[in-house]
Design a protein around this ligand. Structure first.
Ligand SMILES: [Cu+2]
Length: 113
Protein backbone atom coordinates (compact mmCIF):
# COMPACT_ATOMS: atom_id res chain seq x y z
CA UNK A 1 0.00 0.00 0.00
CA UNK A 2 2.29 2.76 1.29
CA UNK A 3 5.23 0.75 -0.05
CA UNK A 4 3.63 0.53 -3.49
CA UNK A 5 3.13 4.28 -3.83
CA UNK A 6 6.73 4.92 -2.78
CA UNK A 7 7.86 2.41 -5.37
CA UNK A 8 5.69 4.07 -8.05
CA UNK A 9 7.15 7.47 -7.14
CA UNK A 10 10.70 6.17 -7.37
CA UNK A 11 9.89 4.47 -10.68
CA UNK A 12 8.53 7.79 -12.03
CA UNK A 13 11.78 9.50 -11.06
CA UNK A 14 13.69 6.97 -13.13
CA UNK A 15 11.35 6.59 -16.12
CA UNK A 16 10.47 10.24 -16.81
CA UNK A 17 14.02 11.43 -17.58
CA UNK A 18 14.57 8.39 -19.84
CA UNK A 19 11.43 9.18 -21.87
CA UNK A 20 12.33 12.87 -22.04
CA UNK A 21 15.71 11.87 -23.45
CA UNK A 22 13.98 10.31 -26.48
CA UNK A 23 13.00 13.70 -27.91
CA UNK A 24 16.25 14.29 -29.77
CA UNK A 25 16.11 15.92 -33.20
CA UNK A 26 16.99 12.80 -35.17
CA UNK A 27 14.22 10.80 -33.46
CA UNK A 28 11.67 13.26 -34.87
CA UNK A 29 12.69 12.77 -38.51
CA UNK A 30 10.01 10.87 -40.40
CA UNK A 31 11.34 8.28 -42.87
CA UNK A 32 10.67 9.25 -46.50
CA UNK A 33 10.91 5.71 -47.82
CA UNK A 34 13.69 6.72 -50.23
CA UNK A 35 17.19 5.24 -50.00
CA UNK A 36 20.39 6.98 -51.08
CA UNK A 37 23.97 5.80 -50.90
CA UNK A 38 27.29 7.25 -49.84
CA UNK A 39 29.90 5.04 -51.43
CA UNK A 40 33.55 4.62 -50.57
CA UNK A 41 36.10 3.49 -53.14
CA UNK A 42 39.87 3.99 -53.22
CA UNK A 43 39.75 5.89 -49.91
CA UNK A 44 37.33 8.46 -51.36
CA UNK A 45 33.75 9.22 -50.36
CA UNK A 46 31.15 9.81 -53.07
CA UNK A 47 28.24 11.72 -51.55
CA UNK A 48 24.79 11.77 -53.21
CA UNK A 49 23.25 15.10 -54.28
CA UNK A 50 19.69 16.07 -53.42
CA UNK A 51 19.37 14.08 -50.21
CA UNK A 52 16.19 15.00 -48.38
CA UNK A 53 15.41 14.80 -44.68
CA UNK A 54 14.02 11.34 -43.91
CA UNK A 55 15.91 9.56 -46.69
CA UNK A 56 17.62 6.39 -45.55
CA UNK A 57 21.33 6.95 -46.16
CA UNK A 58 23.37 3.82 -46.62
CA UNK A 59 27.14 3.83 -46.38
CA UNK A 60 28.71 1.35 -48.78
CA UNK A 61 32.38 0.44 -48.49
CA UNK A 62 33.76 -0.89 -51.79
CA UNK A 63 37.32 -0.99 -50.47
CA UNK A 64 39.03 -4.02 -48.97
CA UNK A 65 39.84 -2.20 -45.72
CA UNK A 66 37.51 -0.93 -42.97
CA UNK A 67 36.37 2.70 -43.02
CA UNK A 68 34.26 4.94 -40.82
CA UNK A 69 31.81 7.84 -41.07
CA UNK A 70 31.95 10.47 -38.35
CA UNK A 71 30.49 14.01 -38.48
CA UNK A 72 33.06 16.59 -37.40
CA UNK A 73 30.83 17.45 -34.42
CA UNK A 74 31.43 13.87 -33.19
CA UNK A 75 27.66 13.35 -32.86
CA UNK A 76 28.02 9.74 -33.91
CA UNK A 77 30.58 7.35 -35.37
CA UNK A 78 29.81 4.53 -37.76
CA UNK A 79 32.27 1.83 -38.75
CA UNK A 80 31.85 -0.01 -42.04
CA UNK A 81 33.84 -3.16 -42.68
CA UNK A 82 35.39 -3.98 -46.06
CA UNK A 83 32.73 -4.75 -48.64
CA UNK A 84 29.88 -3.98 -46.23
CA UNK A 85 26.96 -1.54 -46.16
CA UNK A 86 25.60 0.11 -43.00
CA UNK A 87 22.71 2.54 -42.39
CA UNK A 88 23.27 6.05 -41.07
CA UNK A 89 20.90 7.32 -38.39
CA UNK A 90 18.11 9.53 -39.79
CA UNK A 91 19.41 13.11 -39.83
CA UNK A 92 17.65 16.45 -39.71
CA UNK A 93 18.09 19.08 -42.43
CA UNK A 94 21.55 20.57 -42.45
CA UNK A 95 25.11 20.38 -43.64
CA UNK A 96 27.24 17.64 -42.11
CA UNK A 97 30.98 17.85 -42.73
CA UNK A 98 32.42 14.45 -41.88
CA UNK A 99 35.52 12.32 -42.08
CA UNK A 100 36.69 8.77 -41.63
CA UNK A 101 38.25 8.71 -38.18
CA UNK A 102 40.48 5.80 -39.25
CA UNK A 103 41.85 7.86 -42.18
CA UNK A 104 41.24 11.51 -41.20
CA UNK A 105 42.29 12.76 -44.65
CA UNK A 106 39.15 11.11 -46.06
CA UNK A 107 36.58 13.91 -45.84
CA UNK A 108 33.28 15.01 -47.30
CA UNK A 109 30.15 17.02 -46.63
CA UNK A 110 26.68 15.53 -46.57
CA UNK A 111 23.91 18.07 -47.24
CA UNK A 112 20.33 17.23 -46.29
CA UNK A 113 17.57 19.48 -47.66
CU1 LIG B 1 38.80 5.26 -43.95
Amino acid sequence: MYGNSVRAFLLALIVVPVLAGCGSSSAEVTPSGKTVEISIANFTFTVPEGTMQGDLIQLRNNDDVAHNFMPLDDSFSLDVAAGQTVDLPLLATGSYPFHCHIHPNMMGTLTIN
